[in-house]
Design a protein around this ligand. Structure first.
Ligand code: NOJ
Length: 556
């Protein structure tokens, strides 16, 4: 049944640059708010919490996948790109949500997952039913196997979630899945695939969606020779634009086609690429002829360290200036250990290969290393630093409550495929996806009237919205105040480092509006420059900025 799109609210029309310095709040829909009590968050739940989002003061929401899905990968296995999962709601409720967000002055970005569908997608089902070499199989990446009877995979590749990247089907052929077996990779050389995604972009744009977050944006274009390289050979290949699978130059031909679709709308729809590429190749994704913006995960990967932060900020502001885009700042999302927890673990130093699961074992092992208090204190300081930077800030649901990662999830309650596909190595991402606590007590801490789909720990009540709402020292109050002030203080997309203060463990910068930010990354209190103190991430001590604290001032 087709339901007429809701009229896009006019309140937000017109500003084509709204995204450049927006604060964007990521909602992981199945864990945000559950209106019908089935344990899974839903669109009605989101609608009921729009007043909360308004009070928080965010400019936009990024909604992780809400499409029909068997949830083999938390919804990133999509059965149908142009519908709503019945477990979550209906298209009519989606329209209602868009209208209500727009009325509240909040824009909406939805997740698009173009690298792979789910194995339940009608195209993959058709491919399974069709013979080798058929047009149905050509929409995906099917190959004959090796060995005498094709019993060996076409290559020994490992998927990103662990385990083999090729799976055999009933007639003996194999298909490629860079993620879980339930996520077959599309063949983007197939014109039908290209056309269908353009139609999907129009479908949601017509319903009033303001933009898109593009999943695995660096993976769509593939060039697979008849004789495939081994995994060891793949790992050695330079990522210079011609790798068979990742960050190929020709992926941008797809995004040039998408740009034409985005520009059919007024204001043009926006897009942000999730592209894990070398930093100097990010600008291509952020180009105005392509997606327009790309995630920069550099701060997310850094320690709480003045030198690392300064270098990352300067580098990314230069990069943004080159592409004409604005940069994005992220500390937490649904794929990584929450930053309050990361900052309470020992620093990783230069070892960026430390995977989140291993990092987590540090605190879950026999000698717990997590210092939860310092972790949250640093997270608050880092967030205040982030919210003062030029560019857009992506916030993940629950970080405004200062939530820590949930460690205490029993193996049988876990859902993330990375946990099951890398036994013992990676606990997976469920710990940051536990449904939000809205109330101190009660069923699922106010998430819904039933049990939450992932178990919530006892300590969630003390971090709930209810517990923080009226407490001026709470993390929720800090985010509300910061987001409101940010609207007042944002100016053009530049900053100036204040060299006389930015020494040792201290970083200070000013924005043209006269907004000064000072962060003390060290252990000892430091003096603040002259000016009116507007907000601090922890109380000042005798007028000085204590350890692991950020202050915002209006220059004297
Ligand atoms: C990136 C998404 O953020 C992650 O959650 C997902 O598992 C992979 N892409 C595969 O879609």
């Amino acid at each position: 049944m087709t339901i007429a799109p809701a009229p896009a609210a006019t309140i937000l029309a017109g500003d084509a640059d709204w995204w450049r310095q927006a604060s964007v709040y990521q909602i992981y829909p199945r864990s945000f708010a559950d209106a019908n009590g089935d344990g899974i968050g839903d669109l009605k739940g989101i609608i009921s919490r729009i007043p909360y989002l308004s009070e928080l003061g965010v400019d936009a929401v990024w909604l992780s996948p809400f499409y029909p899905s068997a949830l083999a990968d938390g919804g990133y296995d999509v059965d149908d790109y142009r519908d709503v999962d019945p477990k979550i709601g209906t298209l009519a409720e989606f329209d209602e949500m868009v209208a209500a967000l727009h009325t509240a002055g909040i824009r909406l970005i939805v997740d698009i997952v173009p690298n792979h569908s789910s194995d339940r997608h009608e195209w993959f089902q058709a491919a399974l039913a069709a013979p080798a070499g058929s047009p149905e199989r050509d929409r995906y990446i099917f190959r004959d196997g090796k060995g005498e009877n094709g019993e060996l995979p076409p290559a020994d590749w490992t998927s990103i979630f662990g385990g083999p990247a090729w799976t055999r089907v009933a007639d003996g052929q194999w298909y490629l899945h860079n993620f879980a077996p339930e996520q077959p990779d599309f063949n983007w050389r197939n014109e039908e695939v290209r056309q269908d995604f353009r139609e999907t972009l129009r479908f949601w744009s017509d319903r009033g969606v303001d933009g898109f977050r593009i999943d695995v944006a660096h993976g769509l274009a593939k060039d697979l020779a008849d004789e495939l390289p081994s995994q060891a050979e793949l790992d050695e290949l330079p990522k210079d634009g011609f790798h068979p699978m990742w960050d190929r130059d020709d992926v941008h031909e797809i995004y040039a086609e998408w740009r034409e679709v985005f520009d059919e709308y007024d204001p043009p729809r926006i897009a942000v690429a999730e592209a894990w590429v070398e930093a100097d190749r990010r600008a291509r994704y952020a180009s105005a002829d392509g997606l327009g913006q790309a995630f920069n995960f550099d701060l997310l990967e850094a320690d709480f360290d003045a030198d690392q932060f300064r270098e990352i900020v300067s580098f990314n502001l230069d990069l943004a200036a080159q592409s004409g885009s604005s940069t994005t700042w992220v500390f937490s999302n649904h794929d990584v250990v929450r930053h309050a927890t990361r900052y309470g673990l020992p620093p990783r130093g230069a070892d960026k290969e430390v995977k989140q699961g291993k990092e987590w074992l540090l605190s879950g092992g026999s000698e717990p290393a997590l210092d939860a208090e310092i972790g949250l204190r640093r997270a608050r300081a880092a967030t205040l630093f982030e919210l003062a930077l030029p560019g857009s800030a992506y916030l993940y649901q629950g970080e405004e409550l200062g939530l820590h990662e949930v460690a205490e999830i029993a193996p049988e309650a876990r859902q993330d495929p990375t946990f099951f596909r890398s036994p013992g190595e990676d606990v997976g991402r469920d710990g940051c996806r536990v449904p939000l606590p809205w109330t101190r007590e009660g069923s699922s801490f106010g998430f819904g009237s039933g049990d939450a789909h992932l178990p919530q720990p006892e300590w969630f009540g003390a971090s709930s919205v209810e517990a923080q709402d009226d407490d001026p020292s709470s993390t929720l109050s800090l985010y509300r105040r910061a987001l409101a002030l940010r609207h007042e203080l944002q100016s053009d997309e530049t900053l100036e480092w204040l060299e006389e203060i930015s020494t040792g463990n201290v970083l200070a910068f000013s924005r043209p509006s006269g907004w000064v930010t000072v962060t003390n990354f060290g252990d000892e209190p430091v003096d603040l420059p002259a000016g009116e103190v507007l907000l601090t991430s922890a109380p000042l001590e005798d007028g000085r900025l204590p350890a692991a604290t950020t202050a915002w001032l209006r220059a004297a």
